[in-house]
Ligand binder design. Sequence first.
Ligand SMILES: Cc1ncc(Cn2c(C)c(CCOP(=O)(O)OP(=O)(O)O)sc2=O)c(N)n1
Ligand SMILES: [Mg+2]
Length: 570
Amino acid sequence: EGQDAPQALTDGFHLIVDALKLNGITNIYNVPGIPITDLGRLAQAEGMRVISFRHEQHAGYAASIAGYLTQKPGICLTVSAPGFLNGLTALANATTNCFPMILISGSSEREIVDLQQGDYEEMDQLAIARPHCKAAYRVLHAEDIGIGIARAIRAAVSGRPGGVYLDLPAKLLAQTMDAEEGRRSLVKVVDAAPRQIPAPDAVDRAIEVLQGAKRPLIILGKGAAYAQADAAVRAFVETSGIPYLPMSMAKGLLPDDHPQSAGAARSLALKEADTVVLIGARLNWLLSHGKGKSWGQPGSKKFVHIDIEPREMDSNVPIDAPLVGDVGSCLEALLARMDGSWQAPPADWTGRLAERKEANIAKMASKLKKNSAPMDFHTALAPLRQIIKDRPDVILVNEGANTLDLARGVIDMYRPRHRLDVGTWGVMGVGMGSAIAAAVETGQPVLAIEGDSAFGFCGMEIETICRYKLPVCVVIFNNNGIYRGTDVNPSGGSDVATTVFVPDSRYEMMMEAFGGTGAYVTTPDELDRAVRQALDSGKPTLVNAVIDPAAGTESGNIGSLNPQSALTKK
Ligand SMILES: Cc1ncc(Cn2c(C)c(CCOP(=O)(O)OP(=O)(O)O)sc2=O)c(N)n1
Ligand SMILES: [Mg+2]
């Protein structure tokens, strides 16, 4: 009695978990190991959902998609050096795609790394991360954990979202401090992603350009989907009457069968529009940099560009009306000036687009109806197109070359943020991480349509899908190879060609090995039944869909990006 009560302590482990939870972050995507295994255990013990993967790259892809879907930074937690490097690819991909995520990696002690004395998994991770992400921080003292996490959150989601690296040397985790002081050191971030309101004169300039348009076109980018300003996007499209093109992950912002969608008349729309409104869409390689034959006569177009990043303006072509701010604020400002007298675009423009769209849809319909055996891409996509139409809440994940390019055009989307694919960088292997994050963050069923090569980059994560019993149905378009399955070794030697796989691989047995359902299908009807059963069951399922090995084209729609040797005739 009379003894001082033992001082209540906290430590780095607890402060990190408390700081994440204080900021409403509930999920962590990780691969355990020194020095962060106990951090993951503690997070789970404290009620966070901690999803453990088989490879950090896929934990990172999951974290980035969690960020894209929730507007809160997805958290990827890895060990030092090799684990950090595996996660770095996903961090760089998140930054390129403007997905908010934080890569938190354990690291070696500074004093040993800086003297290069050969620590376990020694690496100067902060220096290596910095060029590949939006911001990078290191925390050395327990009392700085609150600020460190707060800075990482704000850097990830404010302005143009992106990847942030947070470096936690092993000794930090076990550092103790007074519990009450520790609690006070935590920071709850206020208004992490403040609205950025466009300047009135910029709005006036944009309205003036729009009023002068005879053949206007709106292009919706995944930035418009990320913004979750869905009502404002719909209102702007429908009030203006302007036809629109959704970029791949912006599909579903308005239903793809919307009368103003010009998706099926993309080439005509891009070529002949005289005024283009970019909304959360960058004029990068996916839009041929706004130049070249697909854009008609150089200088023949005016551009209104809505983007939260001022430096994006004039990145490729001069922008006549830059509108800098968040998508919701910019569209609301434009709508406030578009009173009831707003003139819809001339009927000959919208009429020509509608005509071309109908013709292209009819052409595609005939390809979908064919009953080829073995299936080709179109005959396999036909039942999947119908399934998404019947079940618009299913989240579609898609990657491959032909498997990606053809599914993008064939499968209409009806809900925002329901199509997740390779995005800006065209990275293969994002599929399983994306599917896991979509299922974990939304609870919705997920249909992942994977090229067989793309699946090969991330296939081991189907054990993760089984372990957490996630409602994911993976359909592999198995054409026995990268692009096709028919290439031969030009030397005539015994090795197979560089782009083919074991023919007729039985991928579905992999899913059965982990307790999931496997199906091997060779016709559209079998494919339809297997996928509907999978979605009804909510059970992890892999459907191995046999596709004609000769059906694909090299690099799908982007074969022209391949350099051609003038010396070797292909
Ligand atoms: C990480 C990574 N490695 C390699 C590539 C190159 N690549 C690769 C390897 C693709 C796979 C295409 O084969 P698939 O089986 O997934 O699809 P299809 O056979 O249906 O075309 S598509 C593509 O651009 C890539 N984009 N990303
Ligand atoms: Mg393939």
